[in-house]
Design a protein around this ligand. Structure first.
Ligand SMILES: C[S@@+](CC[C@H](N)C(=O)[O-])C[C@H]1O[C@@H](n2cnc3c(N)ncnc32)[C@H](O)[C@@H]1O
Ligand code: SF4
Length: 478
C-alpha cells in the first residue's frame, strides 16, 4: 500500500494493519491529509473517488501515535469494513485500557476513547471495562510469579504451536535429562529467591502437559518447588492438568498434598469425533471421574475450550456448550482458534468453517451468566478478526492471579523450564512499560545444554532489576 501524506506516518504499522484487516488494499495508493488545531486532529483519506473523514480531540501523551490509529480508522471506512475490535489489533487490549486509568482518565472518558477513537464496538468496550476494573482491584506489582514449563505431551494436538513434544517421539529421549535439568534450575532460582526476599505470589506449572509426569516424578518436582521457592507470600498454586488421559486419582492427591489449589481440566470440545481427528485422546467417562474427584478434593477447576476447531460447525460448538451445562467449573477459558504457523494443522491450510458468532456468543453469555461466571481476563491473537479474543471467566473470588498478571504484564515473571519466558517490567513515563524478556529454549536438548549459563544470566538480571526497583521506591517523593 502506498501512503501519500502531508505528515510523518508509521508506514510499517499501517502496512501490517492493512495486511491483516484489508488485504485487498495492498496494491493501492491512499492520499492522506491531517490538520491539527486547538480542537483536535482532523484527517481526510482519499482513495480514487472515495473520501473518508475522521476527527478526534488531541489525546496527547495518552496515546502513542494518534495519527496512525486515525489512519487505520480511515482505511476501514474507505473499504467499508466494520469490526467489533475497530482499529485494535494488539494482543493486550486490557493493558491498553488500564494505562488510561493509570493516567487519570475516568471510566466514562475511557469508554468514549475506546468506542469513538479506537472504534471498538459498544459491547467489546463494556467487556474490556468490566475486565480492567476487576483486574485493577486484584493486581499487585509489588509481588512476582513463577512459571514452570514442561514441554512434553502424550500426543501433539494438530492445532497447537506451544512448546510441546510427544513423549514417544524422537525428542522424548531427552525427557529424563530435562527433568534433571529443571530440578537444577529450580534449585538455582530458589537460592536466589530466598536471598533477596522476592514475594512470590503465584506459581503456575504449565506446558505442554505437566500431568504427563509419573507419580514419583510429580512428587519429586513438587517437593523441589516446595523446598526451593519461597512460599511465605504465596496466594495461588496452579497445575495445568489439562489432558485427562494423563491423570490418575493418585496424581490429584499428590497435587493436593503439595499445596496445589487450582487445576485445569481441558476438554477443548465435547465432540469426541473432533478430538480424534485432531490427535487428542479423550475418554469422557474418565474425564468425568477426574472432574468429580477434583471437586471433592476442593481444587478450583478451570476448563479450557476452543471455538473454531477444524471440522466443527456452529451446531458442534453449541453441542459442547450444552454439554458444559452438566459441570460447574470455577473458571472457564474460551479460546478462539488461532492460526499459528508452527501448528501442523495450518501448514499450507488456512481454511476454517464459518461460525455463527452471534449465536455462539449469546449462548456463552447465557451459560456463564447462569453459572455465575464473569469475565476477568482477556487477550487476543494477532491473526484473528472476528473471533479474535480469548476470555477467562471466573466465579467471584476464584480469579486466577497468575493469568491476570501475565496478560497485563504487571508483575515480574520468573520462567523456568522448557520455553518459559522471564519478564522484568519497569514502569516508565506516563505508565508505559519497558519489558525485558529472557526466553528459555523450547527444544529440550538445547535447554539441557544451556540451562546453567542462561539461568545465571537471568538471575543476575533479576537481582539487578530488584535492586533498581528498591532504589526507585526509596527515592520516590513521599
Ligand atoms: C499451552 S496449552 C496447555 C494445555 C494442556 N496441554 C491441554 O492441552 O489441555 C493451553 C491452552 O491453549 C489453548 N490453545 C492451544 N493451541 C491453540 C490455538 N491454536 N488456538 C487457540 N487456543 C489454543 C488450548 O485451549 C489449551 O488448553
Ligand atoms: S494443546 Fe496441550 S496437549 Fe495438545 S499439544 Fe498443545 S500443549 Fe500438548
Amino acid at each position: 500500500m502506498e501512503l501519500i501524506a502531508n505528515f510523518q506516518t508509521n508506514k510499517n504499522s499501517i502496512a501490517e494493519f492493512a495486511r491483516i484487516m484489508i488485504p485487498e488494499a495492498i496494491d493501492e495508493a491512499i492520499v492522506l491529509n491531517a490538520e491539527e488545531s486547538g480542537e483536535g486532529i482532523e484527517m481526510r483519506a482519499v482513495r480514487g473517488n472515495n473520501t473518508a473523514f475522521f476527527s478526534y480531540r488531541n489525546l496527547g501523551f495518552l496515546v502513542e501515535d494518534q495519527k496512525s490509529t486515525m489512519i487505520k480508522i480511515l482505511l476501514l471506512r474507505l473499504y467499508g469494513k466494520r469490526h467489533p475490535w475497530g482499529s485494535l489489533t494488539g494482543v493486550r487490549p486490557t493493558k491498553l485500557m488500564k494505562r488510561f486509568f493509570l493516567n487519570g482518565c475516568s471510566a466514562g472518558e475511557i469508554r468514549d476513547i475506546f468506542e469513538n477513537f479506537y472504534q471498538v464496538s459498544e459491547e467489546k468496550a463494556a467487556l474490556l471495562l468490566e475486565v480492567v476494573q476487576k483486574e485493577m482491584a486484584l493486581l499487585n506489582p509489588e509481588a512476582m510469579n513463577v512459571y514452570i514449563g514442561i514441554p512434553f505431551c502424550p500426543t501433539k494436538c494438530s492445532y497447537c504451536s506451544f512448546a510441546s513434544y510427544e513423549l514417544s517421539g524422537g525428542v522424548g529421549r531427552y525427557y529424563r535429562d530435562f527433568l534433571e535439568t529443571l530440578r537444577e534450575e529450580i534449585r538455582m532460582a530458589g537460592n536466589m529467591l530466598k536471598e533477596d526476599r522476592f514475594k512470590v505470589e503465584s506459581i503456575y506449572i504449565g506446558g505442554g502437559t505437566p500431568g504427563i509426569l509419573g507419580e514419583d516424578e510429580l512428587k519429586d518436582l513438587l517437593k523441589n518447588v516446595r523446598d526451593n521457592v519461597e512460599n511465605r507470600f504465596l496466594k495461588e498454586f496452579t497445575f495445568e492438568a489439562g489432558r485427562e488421559d494423563t491423570l490418575t486419582e493418585e496424581k490429584l492427591r499428590i497435587l493436593k498434598d503439595f499445596g496445589v489449589g487450582r487445576i485445569s481440566l481441558n476438554p477443548q470440545t465435547f465432540k469426541e469425533a473432533t478430538l480424534l481427528k485432531i490427535n487428542r485422546k479423550f475418554d469422557r467417562e474418565h474425564f468425568d471421574k477426574m472432574y468429580e474427584l477434583a471437586k471433592e478434593m476442593n481444587f478450583l477447576v478451570n476448563m479450557d475450550f476452543i471455538i473454531g476447531l477444524p471440522y466443527e460447525y456452529t451446531e458442534d460448538v453449541l453441542y459442547t456448550l450444552e454439554e458444559l451445562e452438566q459441570y460447574d467449573p470455577d473458571n472457564l477459558t474460551i479460546h478462539a482458534l488461532a492460526f499459528k504457523r508452527r501448528a501442523r494443522l495450518f501448514q499450507g491450510n488456512k481454511e476454517r468453517n464459518p461460525l455463527d458468532r452471534v449465536a455462539i456468543e449469546e449462548r456463552i453469555r447465557d451459560l456463564t451468566g447462569r453459572k455465575g461466571l464473569r469475565p476477568y481476563y482477556l487477550y487476543r491473537q494477532k491473526n484473528l478478526i472476528d473471533w479474535g479474543e480469548n476470555t477467562g471467566y471466573a466465579r467471584k473470588g476464584t480469579e486466577s492471579l497468575f493469568n491476570m498478571e501475565m496478560i497485563e504484564e504487571n508483575q515480574c515473571t520468573l520462567g523456568l523450564g522448557g520455553g518459559a519466558i522471564t519478564k522484568l517490567i519497569t514502569k516508565k513515563e506516563h505508565n508505559r512499560d519497558f519489558v525485558q524478556r529472557f526466553i528459555n529454549p523450547k527444544d529440550p536438548a538445547l535447554y539441557i545444554r544451556e540451562m546453567r549459563a542462561r539461568t545465571a544470566e537471568k538471575l543476575e538480571k533479576l537481582k539487578l532489576w530488584s535492586l533498581q526497583r528498591q532504589e526507585r521506591t526509596t527515592s520516590a517523593p513521599m
